[in-house]
Ligand binder design. Structure first.
Ligand SMILES: Nc1ncnc2c1ncn2[C@@H]1O[C@H](COP(=O)(O)OP(=O)(O)OP(=O)(O)O)[C@@H](O)[C@H]1O
Length: 600
């Protein structure tokens, strides 16, 4: 009988691929930037003020120079003016450097804020979100993209504002000197400025591509280090190195392209001023000769022209930095939009104690829209305590049962119940505090043995640790190790054997005092001692806790109080070993051929 799957699944969230590829509109980019910039706006305003004062003192210098040239003809002393000029330079520089410090400090704070937000969200991401993205790329958003934010939120804004204001002030001063020469200058600047404006979006595009390539480098490295022994054993060093280098080359290519367009923008500033200078020199010379303006006016105008380099450069810098930053902010915002879980600890302690009851009611599930269904109406009822083994051919959907109980994924249809309550109605942290989960590959984290045990129960006492060590048959191992519990277990527990890793994972799960233990049995063969140790631990625990085991060993299956046989996303039979051997042909075949040959 084939069940009809729901047309539009209730819990399926069609977010697949969405946030990772979405482009941001200019308004969204600006809003996102402003969000980071907002808390610092007054400090940035202070920095901008300092920058402006610095620029204004600079602007006063051509006026002083004009007065100086005017006095050269008379006998008046120029000492006072020189002194004034010197004072302006010193004060201007001092104020500007204070402003620069304030802005740099704020920029660092903006980077910190962006990093904190991202870090706070990334470890709370939903499992499917992480499966859809590349963790290496996500990491590069925290490390690399946030760094690009530094320039844009402070320097870029300040450069644009200060540059804009000084530009206007300089233009006004130039207009006061001579309107004709100002028109010539503006004509040249507008022409060249128009060309620069065309270049700006190219900077953003190239920067975003470069940052994507940096993300690819992290992803490729993460892939290589994540399976380092397999990499070595497969002789894949050269190929993986080439893949990482190709990503680095790609980052270089786009980085260089961005640099090229930035250089075009920058050199245009110098070019515009040079061309204006020549034009002003020619036309200004003619105007001096005709007596329309004085020599000192021409000199002051030319000086203003050179002062224009600074505000125009600032403007161009501000806009090009904004392009660089907007590329980074787009990647940051996309990471921020990934779906997270609410795992805030419940205020109250869970009331219930003792073994948890678990039930699936007609559960349908697929991992993503577009993928085939993995569960086609799974139903079972396990009151607990005791051990229930899930058996069935590979890919039958056994591990998926655990993923749904932990709410790593949401069932597409039907209900998943713990203690008679739908898992959707449980506060997530509370639900997970009830469950101890030992994954098939029994992950052990880099750090000491103690840190690994306390990972799920940081408040556990010494006695509690000792108790689980004995229960997981790890006490003799700890006694043997020179540093005992403080022994470092290496990256992914590389300094422990497979069986030891599994028992560490079980001890870690037990320390959380679960009411429901989910154990995804390793498919690899264990030696007889480890095998027996594990079997005893599980049997012992199942006396007071509900234990669900995805079983691959005959020894586990025969120990189980009940067995659920799954096949192609359905429960096809359940019962004890003897009952099933007699009644279910698939089980009989599995027992005879597929279970790892271990003593029953
Ligand atoms: N994260 C995932 N995303 C997409 N498909 C998945 C995911 N995890 C598992 N699947 C698919 O779901 C199906 C059931 O997988 P599941 O791990 O539940 O099987 P299983 O019965 O535990 O198998 P095994 O005994 O080999 O561990 C498989 O076809 C698998 O390819």
């Amino acid at each position: 009988m084939t069940k009809k799957e729901p047309e539009q699944p209730a819990h399926e969230r069609p977010t697949a691929q969405r946030p990772a590829q979405e482009r941001l509109s200019a308004a969204e980019t600006w809003r996102a930037l402003y969000r980071y910039f907002r808390p610092h706006r007054w400090v940035v305003a202070l920095g901008a003020l300092c920058t402006l004062i610095g620029a204004a003192t600079g602007l006063a210098q051509p006026l002083a120079a004009k007065a100086l040239v005017d006095r050269l003809g008379s006998d008046d002393s120029i000492a006072g003016i020189i002194l004034l000029l010197t004072a302006l330079v010193v004060i201007g520089t001092a104020i500007e450097s204070v402003g620069a410090y304030v802005l740099e400090r704020t920029a660092e704070s903006v980077v910190l804020a962006a990093r904190r937000t991202l870090i706070g969200r990334l470890l709370r991401l939903r499992v499917p979100e992480v499966e859809r993205t590349q963790p290496g790329d996500l990491m590069s958003r925290i490390t690399s993209d946030t760094t690009l934010l530094r320039a844009v939120t402070t320097q870029s804004v300040v450069s644009a504002v200060a540059g804009g204001l000084t530009f206007i002030a300089t233009i006004v001063m130039m207009g006061l000197m001579d309107v004709v020469l100002l028109s010539v200058t503006l004509g040249v600047i507008v022409l060249i400025g128009g060309a620069v404006a065309l270049v700006m979006p190219k900077i953003a595009q190239s920067t975003e591509r470069a940052q994507e390539a940096v993300g690819t480098i992290s992803t490729a490295l993460e892939r290589a280090f994540g399976a380092f022994r397999t990499l070595k054993a497969s002789g894949a060093e050269a190929r993986e190195t080439a893949a990482v280098q190709a990503a680095a080359q790609e980052a270089w290519r786009h980085g260089v392209r961005s640099a090229k367009w930035q250089a075009v923008a920058w050199s245009s500033v110098g070019f515009a001023v040079q061309v204006s200078f020549l034009a002003v020199l020619g036309i200004g010379g003619a105007r001096v000769a005709s007596g329309a303006i004085s020599v000192s006016t021409l000199v002051a105008f030319l000086l203003f022209l050179f002062y224009l380099i600074d505000p125009v450069s600032r403007l161009v810098e501000g806009v090009s930095q904004y392009q660089v930053g907007s590329a980074a902010i787009a990647r940051i915002v996309r990471a921020e939009r990934l779906e997270t879980e609410d795992v805030t600890e419940p205020d109250r302690r869970p009331e219930r104690t003792g073994p948890a009851a678990v039930a699936f009611e007609d559960v349908t599930f697929r991992y993503r829209e577009g993928l085939p269904y993995v569960h086609h109406g799974v139903s079972f009822d396990i009151p607990g305590p005791g051990m229930t083994a899930f058996v069935g051919p590979s890919g039958a959907g056994k591990t998926t049962v655990f993923g749904l109980l932990e709410r790593f994924y949401d069932a597409t249809g039907g209900r998943v119940l713990v203690d008679g309550r739908d898992v959707h109605e449980w506060p997530l942290a509370e639900l997970r505090s009830v469950i101890g989960y030992v994954e098939q590959d029994a992950p052990v984290l880099a750090g000491t043995l103690r840190e690994n045990l306390l990972f799920g129960a940081p408040g556990a006492t010494g006695d509690e640790i000792q108790d689980v060590l004995v229960r997981a048959r790890l006490d003799t191992l700890v006694d043997r190790l020179p540093d005992g519990l403080e022994t470092l277990v290496g990256h992914r527990g590389s300094q422990l054997s497979g069986g030891e890793r599994q028992r560490v994972a079980i001890a870690r799960a037990l320390l959380r005092k679960p009411r429901l233990l989910l154990l995804d049995e390793a498919t690899s063969q264990l030696d007889a001692v480890n095998e027996l140790a594990l079997r005893d631990v599980v049997a012992e625990v199942s006396q007071e806790v509900t234990v669900l085991v995805v079983a691959h060993r005959l020894s586990t299956v025969t120990l189980a109080d009940r067995i659920v046989v799954m096949d192609a996303g359905r429960v096809r039979a359940s019962g004890t070993h003897d009952e099933l051997v007699a009644a279910d042909p698939l089980y009989g075949e599995l027992a005879a051929t597929q279970f790892l040959a271990t003593p029953a």
